[in-house]
Design a protein around this ligand. Sequence first.
Ligand code: NAD
Ligand code: ZN
Length: 379
Amino acid sequence: MIAAMHIKKDIEIKNTTLAKSATYRNFPMVPRVVFGEDGFDQLGDILMPKRKSSEAPFIFLVDAVFEGRELENRIPSIFNDQIIFISADEEPKTTQVDALAERILTKFTELPSGIVGIGGGTLLDLAKAVSIVLTNKGGAAAYQGWDLVQNAAIYHVGIPTISGTGAEVSRTTVLLGPEKKLGINSDFTTFDQVILDPNLTKGVSKNQWFFTGMDCYIHCIESLNGTYLNAFSQSYGEKALELCEEIFLGDLCPSESRDKLMMASWHGGMSIAYSQVGVAHAMSYGLSYLLGARHGIGNCLVFQHLTEFYPEGVALFDKMRERHGIELPKGVCENLRDSDFDVMISVAMGMDPLWENALGKNWRETITPEKLRSIYMKI
Ligand code: NAD
Ligand code: ZN
């Protein structure tokens, strides 16, 4: 009973932050998911009943790393379907989403039957955002925020090819806009279908595997150590953390490791769905906004210096990094000007819910511009 009351209180705190009108958040989950090696080959059968007509294509947004590779031939494109290869070298932008939607609307007489995103967090987020902008006027930037999307998105499918972000399961798509880097958080953002095929992650480089994998690990640490924690988040977070320890410190064979990292990513994403991330993510947003640091590595660059907030989490992170011989860049903020630090600090301090989760309602007593500057200067 005491535990139940505790959970209720925590969830109410969360609700006042994110959804003022409801007592408990009624958030969507991915309704359909395939898991297993080569599950990708079921895609054609899955899409067939979703085809509205031969004139309404499926649009496959695919990470350019797969162009000319074997996977390209396995994409079940028929009729006037289109495969668009997109580089994941830069994180997705609102202008990029708008240009893609415009290109699709100009080329076809009918709205597509659906959008399929194949790639990492970058491609998954682009697929989610394009599916929203196709049915909502005014461009992607207008929907950055919480629950601003009016109309249901078109059918959209997510197929991750690298594991860790939890973008396959989340109700957000993180975009760099003209003024801010912020997600389109809405009930319409979540995928209608996900295919988890661990074999698709085979070609990922070791560094990228580690950085994106650590995104998952950091989701767990920030969720499990946050003030928003509740039994829902805890149960997913603990499972994901256990899997991360097996993957990054155990002796799994490669296929088991791929399977488990895919499930860790899923559980980590589920954990933060009903809680929030914390200090590393808030500060990493600042790094990413100013320097274009990618999400996974940006989180690692910050997290290594957060012993004061997450002592056990950082100690374990160091162990994992050493075990895999991963070197993080040094001197990243060395030559920045005062005005640059001000930009990063202002972006980071704007992430109120993340700080409140990390440190409670009085977070401003601990987190000052000077404090953040001193951490950024170590990076
Ligand atoms: P990514 O999509 O940025 O890709 C990282 C690199 O890995 C790229 O070079 C890509 O080409 C390569 N890659 C991907 N799959 C590969 C494969 N199978 N073989 C070889 N190379 C492969 O990576 P990410 O870390 O998954 O995503 C980061 C993005 O996710 C950021 O834009 C971040 O904002 C976003 N994100 C979104 C959410 C969400 O809930 N929506 C959560 C966390 C992060
Ligand atoms: Zn993250």
